[in-house]
Design a binder for this molecule. Structure first.
Ligand code: FAD
Length: 443
């Protein structure tokens, strides 16, 4: 791979027109690169385009030839972050309203916001809809991108660089390491296929997980189901009956399941269930990456990647946006990743040498190993701002302390009231005293 110089205007392929693809395209256009965004569907917004369809195998993702539904949104989904955190540095959802003024709006508000964003910055014009990237490989130092899908005849196109933004909430991860799971003959569903509570009416449902989807979905199902049993492998959960729903219980990890529907939890309780609903997350999946240096995925670790973005061997010509998670200012983080890539491709920012980047990656893995952190958390930001501040410094800007404060108070709100509703979250920056803001800045 050749390096870039400040004078280069590169021909760049962006894969996917979700938030990350739209941001990448905007930043690349600002740097005068020639951009094509390939989007396999006929709309932009990715995850935020609600799709009432479900997949044939209950969303378990077992059949590789199934017809894949991209979005995992459920009908009632509201953002799990307050509005100010769901925007970009110069384009904010906080000051917009598309008919849902709530602090944690419904999903359609975000989709409309993204459509306006793409219109405002001229990104729509460079999106090629119904164009699925089937293959990406390097031939003679160039990226050959194979595109097909929908009504588009399969064809190859050559690019100087590729930015991968295909999203990571489509390919389900299922908790199949539970003892007895191979005997389980009753229904199992992954939250990827959950849309509305009605199919769970009068059922005894075990929900596995403790992320936002598990919590939202279990509460929603509790309004129609006979019983809901929420099971988490986290050691922090309190085994108890819900204060709000008398047909809902929190359990520890599942110890074992049986073919006759029995489910035994770690604390010793046993129940008979009709359905197991896996809210156990997703697998990172790049079905289109072929001969692409040493990039590979191992238990949701995409590696080797320098700072979750650049494979050292191919940087900056190949880059990934949106792999990081567990952070409250994700939209801003994606935006900064996009800026970093665009500036690196313009030659305005220099990256460390290949060896230096690899050393940094190995150091990250070693630190994880020493702390006993599983590989699948390689891209977790642990709800810290260190990474986003580092990125901001790379591109010469700063992330507002106000956003960090809102993030922190939202997090505290949900920790303090695990059953608390989003609407109970009131404490915003406008309510802070100057001394509280100063105190926060010192932390
Ligand atoms: P996506 O939004 O998934 O977009 C990827 C795009 O790539 C899609 O349009 C897809 O069609 C396209 N694509 C995929 N493969 C190809 C291909 N081969 N060729 C061409 N196009 C392709 N984040 C928050 O910050 N706040 C929240 O409240 C929040 N709630 C969430 C709730 C749920 C249920 C889920 C699943 C996620 C939530 N997230 C939330 C995280 C969310 O995924 C991100 O906010 C964001 O949507 C990720 O954007 P993305 O661009 O990486 O991926």
């Amino acid at each position: 791979m050749t390096t870039t110089t400040a004078a280069d205007s590169l021909n760049v392929a962006v894969i996917g027109a979700g938030i990350c693809g739209l941001l990448a395209a905007r930043e690349l256009l600002r740097e005068n690169h020639r951009v094509t965004v390939f989007e396999k569907s006929d709309r932009l917004g990715g995850t935020w385009v609600y799709d009432p369809r479900t997949e044939a195998d209950d969303g378990l993702g077992l059949d590789p030839d199934r017809s894949v539904v991209h979005s995992s949104l459920y009908s009632s989904l509201r953002t799990n972050l307050p509005r100010p955190l769901m925007g970009f540095s110069d384009y904010s959802l906080e000051h917009k309203s598309y008919g849902d003024p709530r602090m944690f709006p419904g999903h359609d508000e975000v989709r409309k916001f993204l459509e306006d964003f793409a219109e405002e910055f001229g990104v729509v014009e460079v999106v090629r809809f119904n164009s699925e990237v089937i293959g990406v490989e390097i031939r003679d130092g160039e990226f050959v991108v194979e595109v097909g899908g929908g009504t588009v005849a399969t064809a190859e196109e050559v690019f100087d660089a590729v930015v991968v933004c295909n999203g990571h909430h489509t390919e389900p991860r299922v908790a199949n390491d539970i003892p007895g799971m191979d005997e389980w003959s009753r229904k199992q569903v992954h939250s990827h296929n959950y849309r509305v509570p009605e199919p769970y009416r009068d059922q005894v449902v075990v929900v596995i997980g403790n992320g936002p989807s598990a919590l939202d979905i279990s509460r929603e199902i509790a309004t129609v189901a006979k019983e809901v049993h929420l099971s988490s492998r986290s050691s922090n959960v309190k085994v108890s009956r819900s204060d709000v729903y008398e047909n809902m219980w929190q359990h520890s990890k599942i110890d074992r399941v049986f073919g006759d529907g029995r489910v035994v939890f770690g604390e010793g309780q046993s129940i008979e269930a009709d359905i197991i609903l896996h809210c156990t997350g997703y697998k990172i999946h790049f079905p289109f990456l072929r001969k692409i240096g040493d990039v590979h995925v191992d238990d949701n670790r995409v590696g080797p990647l320098y700072k979750h973005v650049f494979p050292p061997q191919l940087a900056p010509r190949l880059a990934f946006v949106g792999l990081v998670f567990n952070q409250g200012v994700l939209f801003r983080t994606f935006e900064l990743q996009a800026k970093w890539i665009a500036l690196a491709l313009s030659g305005k920012i220099s990256l460390p040498s290949q060896d230096e980047m690899l050393i940094d990656v190995r150091k990250h893995y070693q630190e994880m190993d020493e702390k006993g952190i599983p590989k699948r958390f390689s891209h977790s930001l642990n709800f810290q701002f260190e990474y986003v501040d580092w990125l901001a410094a790379q591109v010469g800007c700063k992330v507002d302390d106000r956003l960090k404060h809102i993030c922190k108070t939202a997090y505290e709100h949900f920790i303090a009231q695990p059953n608390g509703s989003r609407d109970a979250f009131r404490r915003m920056d406008s309510e802070l005293t100057d001394s509280e803001v100063a105190q926060y800045k010192q932390q």
